[in-house]
Design a protein around this ligand. Structure first.
Ligand code: SF4
Ligand code: SF4
Length: 323
């Protein structure tokens, strides 16, 4: 279990520094509580699973995404313009600056990668490729930044789900934030995330993560390993070369340049979510209409509104909040 160490720093000073470095939101979660409440008890990824030394506090940083990219209607438009990839890079630099500032002040800081695939643990057909070392969304809830929505996306009062998150762990003994108790999500009566989802991955307080992966990370680890396996299985060298010169190689090249389609991809559910101070003036007019809506999706939402709360809600209630 992580032990806290005395520090001259305060939570307020850490937050002030993070905001001055460019964070739009910052909160501090209690690592011990995160150890106690693993989001997935069958695969408990908590601060103590990463380190026994510096996971007493988890600083959660958030930067808002550009609202102009949310106005682009197609699910795969955003990563074409590299906006999200650049934002992730900026957030990582910000987090690294915070790490060195903490350490200059005598408090250790450990940057936790938000996007990480462990190929040795990835089981094709079983795993989602996004089993990150620590769930940034759950950490953000513990840090008081928001609550989880119908599809388990993080929703904040300021920007709804339209934020990218960064994590820094520290053992500095500073006062953590408290999580919100009441949900920010408007539930299946809203259901805009479900209506817009191209993968039809949004479920009743849950998400089909594997279906979602094909859109939020279309050229991710699974795509790459399938592609390379397919080439190796071609019996003729000419066919192998033809595949290597194909469109898929080009997609992988683009992904290698910037990470587009690997660490970023679909975020339609975030773009259309009506929660957030930014929604009414900056987004509503442009994203109100949802072309992906179908009668079948509307019917599923109707069933959800009339159903009793499913197990998935009870499993995630701590982070979804009271309805
Ligand atoms: S990221 Fe895209 S595919 Fe995944 S749940 Fe959201 S809308 Fe659906
Ligand atoms: S779109 Fe509606 S249902 Fe979906 S997360 Fe946002 S508020 Fe909840």
């Amino acid at each position: 279990m992580n032990e806290l160490i005395p520090t001259t720093l305060t939570a307020e000073a850490i937050k002030e520094k993070a905001l001055s470095l460019g964070a739009d939101l910052v909160g501090i979660a209690d690592g011990a509580l995160m150890d106690q409440y693993a989001p997935d008890p069958l695969n408990p990824r908590t601060p103590s699973h990463i380190t026994e030394y510096d996971g007493g506090r988890v600083i959660v940083l958030a930067k808002r995404i550009s609202f102009a990219t949310s106005r682009l209607p197609a699910w795969n438009d955003q990563h074409k313009f590299y906006g999200d990839e650049l934002l992730i890079s900026a957030l990582e630099e910000l987090a690294l600056d915070l790490v060195f500032w903490l350490e200059d002040n005598g408090a250790p800081g450990l940057l936790i990668p938000y996007h990480h695939v462990d190929p040795l643990k990835f089981v094709k057909g079983e795993d989602t490729q996004a089993t990150y070392p620590l769930s940034a969304e759950h950490a953000a809830v513990e840090a008081g930044l928001g609550t989880l929505g119908l599809n388990q996306q993080l929703i904040t009062p300021e920007y709804g789900p339209r934020v990218i998150l960064g994590l820094v762990m520290t053992s500095a003994d500073v006062v953590p934030d408290r999580k919100m108790e009441k949900t920010l999500c408007l539930g299946p009566e809203c259901g805009r995330c479900l209506k817009a989802c191209p993968a039809d991955a949004v479920q009743h307080w849950d998400r089909d993560w594997k279906a979602c992966d094909k859109f939020r990370s279309p050229f991710g680890f699974e795509f790459l390993s399938d592609y390379l396996t397919g080439i190796l299985k071609e019996p003729e060298q000419e066919q192998q070369i033809a595949k290597l010169r194909g469109m898929e190689s080009s997609e992988i090249f683009q992904a290698m340049l910037r990470g587009s389609g690997v660490i970023t991809g679909c975020r339609r559910c975030a773009d259309v979510c009506p929660v957030g101070d930014d929604y009414e003036t900056l987004l509503k007019k442009w994203v109100d209409d949802i072309p992906e809506e179908t009668p079948e999706k509307l019917e599923r939402l109707q069933v959800m509104t009339e159903a009793t709360l499913p197990e998935s809600y009870h499993n995630q209630k701590r982070w979804v909040g009271d309805l």
